[in-house]
Design a protein around this ligand. Structure first.
Ligand code: FRU
Length: 603
């Protein structure tokens, strides 16, 4: 959810404008447009208002735009699918630096017949109003444009910072930039604009940020230092290297280090730096994803890095490239012990196809990570839509808070949204628990989620031997709620519960007791046919099912199931035509008792 748009609207008493419906505020400017050979076009324009609004058609071929001032390009060229036949939505180009000046816009790859030419306009405002029915209510989404991985997560002075892989010029992947959002409660987010934009070394791929409390880098005490991959594409295939930028205003704006890139390699997949402070060794550690291994580096000053080791050969799943590493030390529940967990995102090669997050539990001495139970592949989430999971640096109270991108590379580009594409998971507090002599991650919904609870419905306890139905979960169900229940099994071999909407679309869930599994089937959950990889049945291990505690978080186009406070988690996107508001229960063989059932609206 995003708050600043509301504030702006209140403050200005205006309805902000944007897209297709309300362009009343936009200025009718006559542009001097010249169409040259081979679909090159030059638009000469006197900058009248802050934003140049460019009309996009999502399925149009990609062209290029360059802003030209005094015959020189300023900033990097960007890719965009400008409207040819119809306008799907607008994207803003902030030209406030050139107000009153005459500049040129070089537009390549667009025919003179395109509808775009009649629709380009200036505006003082860019409307970010949340209009799309599938946009999450209590999960972070980008104000507009495409989003993938969370980046640069850090906490300072009561504020959580969340940067993200952002395309500000369209709702498909491209022009990778770090968008920036902030929150004081991990649930309600303000969009702060784009913080790190592409440069001569390439697009800005994923990475992390630290608070340099002791000024080890010399940029200043408390400077925020961000590390990202500079991804340069060239006609010869491109390269990846690591770069650094620092912020002296708590992450709002960044200054790029003048000796970038700081770490180069001849490996083609060399990316996603995760940097953290290793207190016992008084040094910084950088994890890097390199092909199908993670490399570990160390540094005293954040600028010069030395490779210490690598991890990955013969460990875990290798069905795809390894990406977005993390390494955290976590307490083991019920003990005073701690262990290190190496988080490894992999795409493809997930348990249900496409992207997923695996992890390894072991020890770390500041230089080398050792996986202590190499026999089993461990998955952090058992759904299809939890990827690029990383954790917050400098989190308060010793907490380890993780966030994922709630999607899968198999179909993210065709999800049925328009002006934006991409949603994050709920924030989750990580810890470890022991089961059958082995250690597993526990992902508990961060306690802040409870503060977002609103109106509540309680249902008295009931026994299910014959099918049981709750006709209405909430009197006014707007698609954003939590279902929390405890149940006791009295010999049923299958405990089934399904959610339905008015259209009869259903989300089927059940516990298969003999197999010790929690299962979710989204194949009839709503819109599913945009990708053959979308309809899916996902399965999580769930033992000790005599007594079950389950929390289900539904938010417009997602469901997250947390069993036993996060001992197993399953995250899946869903696109129902209307909110599910009916729930049915069914037992095979014996019976079960729903001992408590609460529904909370979340806002
Ligand atoms: C993971 C990833 C990263 C890369 C980024 C590019 O989803 O492929 O490895 O840095 O996305 O957007």
């Amino acid at each position: 959810m995003r708050r600043n748009q509301m504030r702006i609207m209140k403050a200005l008493g205006l309805s902000l404008l944007m897209g297709l419906s309300s362009l009343a505020n936009a200025q009718d400017t006559t542009f001097d447009t010249r169409h040259l050979a081979n679909e090159q076009n030059i638009l000469s324009v006197q900058v009248a208002q802050k934003y140049l609004l460019l009309p996009v058609e999502d399925n149009a071929p990609t062209g290029k735009v360059v802003i030209v001032v005094n015959n020189r390009p300023v900033g990097e060229a960007f890719d965009i699918r400008l409207a040819r036949q119809h306008v799907d939505y607008y994207v803003p180009v902030d030209l406030s630096n050139y107000l009153g000046k005459t500049i040129a816009v070089d537009i390549q790859g667009l025919p003179a017949s395109a509808i775009c030419w009649k629709n380009i306009r200036f505006s003082e405002m860019f409307d970010q109003t949340n209009r799309e029915k599938f946009r999450s209510t209590y999960h972070h989404t980008p104000a507009y444009g495409w989003m993938n991985d969370p980046n640069g997560l850090f906490y300072k002075d009561g504020v959580y910072h969340l940067y993200f892989q952002h395309n500000p010029y369209g709702s498909t992947w491209g022009n990778m930039t770090w968008g920036h959002s902030t929150s004081t409660d991990l649930i309600h987010w303000d969009f702060e604009g784009d913080a790190i934009t592409p440069d001569a070394w390439g697009a800005i791929f994923s990475g992390s940020a630290v608070v340099d409390h002791e000024n080890t880098a010399g940029f200043g005490k408390g400077a925020i230092v961000a590390f990202y991959t500079s991804a340069k594409s060239t006609p010869w295939g491109g390269s990846q290297s690591q770069s650094l930028a620092y912020s002296l205003d708590n992450g709002k704006t960044f200054i790029k280090y003048d000796k970038n890139p700081i770490l180069t390699s001849s490996e083609p997949d060399f990316r996603d730096p995760k940097v953290f402070w290793y207190a016992p060794g008084k040094h910084w550690v950088m994890m890097l994803a390199v092909g199908q291994e993670m490399q570990i580096y160390s540094s005293k000053n954040l600028k010069e890095w030395k490779q210490e080791s690598s991890f990955g050969a013969k460990q875990g799943a290798h069905g795809g490239v390894w990406e977005c590493p993390d390494l955290v030390e976590l307490p083991i529940e019920g003990t005073k012990e701690k262990k290190w967990v190496l988080i490894c995102n992999i795409n493809p090669g997930g348990p249900f196809g496409g992207s997923a997050t695996q992890y390894f539990v072991g020890s770390f001495d500041g230089k080398r990570f050792v996986n202590e139970t190499p026999t089993e592949t461990k998955w952090l989430d058992w759904g299809k839509d939890n990827y690029a999971t990383v954790t917050w640096n400098n989190a308060p109270d010793g907490r380890c808070i993780a966030l994922g991108w709630m999607s899968n590379w198999q179909y993210q580009a065709v999800l049925p949204t328009l002006q934006y594409r991409g949603t994050n998971t709920l924030p989750r507090d990580l810890s470890l628990y022991k089961h059958d002599g082995d250690y597993f991650l526990k992902s508990t919904p961060s306690p802040e989620v409870e503060k977002a609870r609103g109106e509540r419905q309680d249902f008295p306890s009931f026994k299910v031997s014959d099918p049981y139905e709750i006709e209405s979960l909430l009197p006014q169900n707007d698609g954003a709620y939590e279902i929390e229940m405890t149940l006791h099994n009295d010999g049923a071999s299958k405990i089934e519960m399904s959610l339905f909407n008015e259209q009869g679309e259903k989300l089927l869930m059940y516990y298969d007791i003999p197999r010790e599994q929690f299962v979710m089937d989204r194949s009839e959950s709503g819109e599913t046919n945009f990708s053959e990889n979308f309809p899916a049945i996902t399965v999580a291990p769930a033992s000790d099912t005599d007594k079950i505690h389950l929390r289900l978080f539904i938010d417009q186009s997602s469901v997250e199931a947390f069993g036993e406070d996060g001992e197993y988690v399953m995250t899946n996107r869903i696109f129902p035509s209307s909110p599910y508001n009916r729930m049915t229960f069914h037992a095979d063989r014996g019976s079960f008792t729903i001992q408590s059932l609460h529904i909370y609206k979340l806002k």
